[in-house]
Design a protein around this ligand. Sequence first.
Ligand SMILES: Cc1cc2nc3c(=O)[nH]c(=O)nc-3n(C[C@H](O)[C@H](O)[C@H](O)COP(=O)(O)O)c2cc1C
Length: 260
Amino acid sequence: MGATIFYHTGTGNSLWVARRVADELGGAELVSIAECKDEKTAVSSEIVGLVFPVHIWGVPAPVIRFVNTLKGIQPGYVFAIAVHAGQVSNTLVQLKTLMAENGLNLSSGFEIAMPSNYIPWGGPGPQEKQRKCFELAQEKVSRIAVSIKGKEDMPVEKGPLWQRILFTAIYNMSFSHVPKMDKKFWVDDKCNACEICCKVCPSGNITMREGKPVWNHRCEVCFACLQWCPQEAIQHGKKTPGYERYHHPEVLLKDMLKER
Ligand SMILES: Cc1cc2nc3c(=O)[nH]c(=O)nc-3n(C[C@H](O)[C@H](O)[C@H](O)COP(=O)(O)O)c2cc1C
């Protein structure tokens, strides 16, 4: 019985949302998807939730792999929250279809906007805008919790049709290229070989060679390595040296390391 919330996160936004939903439900077990690798996941909770970031207008690969391990579970109620930076697009429709293929009914799917961690397009934006975003997110979490408690069955939330057509095509085209998108990572002179990038990577994609991190092309581009680097030594492409780093202010590095 009770509730289990599975979460995937690069910079803590989804973990923060998962925590807040758990609080509003009066408690729930929080499980990192990164800890559920390749096993058939046994779930006995009455309520099962999935909280994860939108990546390239769709469901990130680790979440797809995780859902495929859920075949055969029979929870009373399944919900999902797609955490994004303004464009949820078709993500929750994609997830609902994927769940149906695994014999699961996604009863409700919600979107929540948070600051962007996609640093190639710039930093997270001004502090004041971030603060407003957290406030709105908290309000939405409270509304979502009411729906979950009432076990409401409703259509999943989605972006406008033009987004779903155009961006789903981009998602489909880029999906197989994601693992190699780590080719653009590099380290500058500030790297002190602390190895936090290796520890924080949910895909175990980073190893050390001659005192410097090496990315091994199993990347999920969550940007945890770059965003959590205490020296801000990890870069991606040419522009990131000038961009502000981001992680959710209430999620600490130790929270990320504990879960991995
Ligand atoms: C590779 C990548 C792709 C992203 N794609 C989208 C997207 O398609 N739409 C969107 O609104 N936000 C997108 N984002 C932003 C994240 O979804 C957003 O910042 C989210 O809150 C991050 O959650 P996390 O801290 O739990 O990882 C993307 C971020 C990354 C790293």
